[in-house]
Design a protein around this ligand. Structure first.
Ligand SMILES: [Zn+2]
Length: 129
């Protein structure tokens, strides 16, 4: 039991315990593995040694299972995953693809929860409705 993150395309589970495993591509087109912490609001991340990304760089994120692009259709700076809670309820988690930018929005049926110290940069919530 626990919380799981699904790819919105293949619905494969992308986390192994507390690590969400994604394929990243930096602005030079180089690929590497990126591990994000599964706890919403925890911005600890790990990456493979040969994957060079800099703070402020926008990273293209793909599913590590089906390789589909995880871009959010709502905003060009965000990626999107499906989040399955312990009670089987499902919500959408949208987070910034800019390395070092701490912004996450969790959207369930009626409510939007915002996390991260940079979420005020996206203070206008209209764009993800
Ligand atoms: Zn997938």
């Amino acid at each position: 039991m626990g919380t799981n993150y699904l790819c919105p395309h293949c619905r494969g589970i992308l986390n192994v315990k507390n690590d969400i495993i994604l394929t990243g591509r930096n602005s030079k087109g180089e690929k590497g593995l990126l591990l994000l912490h599964s706890e919403i609001g925890n911005y600890t991340s790990k990456k493979s040694d040969d994957f060079n990304i800099e703070i402020g760089e926008k990273i293209n994120l793909s599913c590590s299972i089906c390789q589909s692009n995880l871009d959010s259709s709502k905003h060009e700076n965000f990626a999107q995953l499906q989040y399955i809670n312990i009670d089987d309820s499902e919500s959408t988690v949208i987070f910034s693809k800019i390395y070092g930018e701490e912004v996450t929005h969790q959207i369930d049926q009626e409510k939007i929860f915002s996390y991260g110290e940079h979420c005020k940069r996206y203070a206008d919530p209209e764009w993800f409705l």
